[in-house]
Design a protein around this ligand. Structure first.
Ligand code: BGC
Ligand code: CA
Length: 346
């Protein structure tokens, strides 16, 4: 009993203390809560993007406003993400940033958010247009997949044309394999289509050996690549990967099999992650395409801020009403320093 009443007194005391603080110190910044739900914490690109997002928000803080970010990992399960969004809304989030597990299945999340009037910024995994039209407080921040595929194709075409070792068996054609991201992801489907189309349009004769899905993942790509090497041995001249992690995984497979440098195919990735840029510096990746995580993080942070404070919406560059797309950029050993600097300074 005595213990209980002591706890009770302490509780009342702290309420009194909190109220007193609220009255006497009107300068304490308001706290806003931002809930982030993302599809999988093993994703390199998204982890780097979210680090940058948190830093951007910190920089925007001022004496009137402080932001608290709560991050949830769905570990690849949409049902888990639906529950996490519910929990984040119940915890009092002012804005949600959602990286859908299944980009075709946002209805439950949209209904929940609309019922509680919490706006959503979808990012990186783009919902279909009809879903975004369900409510006028739904936004998207990402990049244009077709642009990245075209840039990867241009980089590869340029390298092949200027490198007389590219066509190893000298049959006038480039034998290639593609390592693809998740089936159904806008970036996987469109990047693969566009890179091949762009190469062909630049006059490169191509011969497709195989396509393999490796779900954006380095270890899976290593595994798939080992199988491909087993099947095609020295025939592979070009590896086109939908992201850097998979390009690096393909390289891991060759390293494991002790291939000499001269026997390696050309590797191209997309993203410009820390490891991807380093591989460009080391000339292991012939090139990559910068997926502007700092730009995307900044757009998300500004949009959060605008939704919370009601100010600054007009500074944002919307397309299709409520979408923001950041441009990609081609990265080679010649300009890689510029991107290294960018990714270190948010
Ligand atoms: C990135 C990938 C990432 C994927 C996750 C893509 O835009 O290029 O690296 O795994 O998004 O959704
Ligand atoms: Ca050839």
């Amino acid at each position: 009993m005595r213990k209980l009443s002591m706890i009770g007194a302490a509780f009342l005391g702290s309420i009194f203390f909190l109220c007193a603080c609220g009255e006497e110190q009107p300068d304490v910044p308001d706290k806003s809560y931002i809930g982030v739900a993302y599809y999988n914490q093993s994703d390199t690109f998204l982890n780097e993007l979210l680090d940058s997002f948190k830093e951007q928000l910190k920089e925007m803080q001022n004496e009137d406003m402080e932001t608290v970010v709560m991050v949830r990992d769905a570990a690849g399960v949409q049902r888990t993400q639906d529950d996490q969004v519910k929990e984040l809304i119940n915890a009092g989030c002012d804005v949600l940033c959602v990286n859908l597990v299944d980009r075709a299945d946002p209805s439950e999340i949209i209904d929940l958010a609309r019922d509680h009037d919490v706006p959503i910024i979808f990012f990186n995994r783009e919902p279909v247009a009809e879903d975004l039209m369900q409510w006028d407080r739904l936004f998207y921040v990402g990049a244009d997949a077709e642009e990245s595929g075209a840039m990867q194709g241009e980089l590869a075409a340029e390298t092949i044309k200027t490198n007389d070792q590219a066509d190893k068996n000298r049959d006038g054609k480039i034998q290639y394999v593609v390592l693809e991201g998740e089936a159904g992801h806008q970036d996987a489907i469109i990047r693969t289509e566009t890179v091949v189309k762009t190469l062909a349009e630049s006059g490169i004769e191509l011969e497709k050996l195989s396509y393999q899905i490796a779900n954006w993942n380095r270890a899976q790509a290593e595994n798939r690549m080992e199988q491909l090497i087993g099947q095609y041995s020295n025939q592979i001249e070009l590896v086109l990967a939908n992201n850097d992690d998979m390009a690096l995984g393909a390289m891991d497979a060759y390293k494991k099999l002790n291939y000499t440098e001269a026997a390696l195919p050309l590797f191209f990735g997309i993203d410009g992650t820390d490891a991807g840029l380093k591989a460009v510096v080391d000339s292991e990746l012939a090139g990559t395409v910068y997926n502007d995580k700092e730009g995307q993080a900044k757009a998300m942070a500004k949009l959060c801020w605008a939704l919370i404070t009601g100010e600054g919406m007009e500074e944002l560059d919307f397309q299709k009403e409520r979408c923001i797309y950041l441009p990609y950029a081609e990265v080679t050993s010649e300009n890689v320093d510029e991107f290294l600097a960018r990714s270190n300074t948010p």
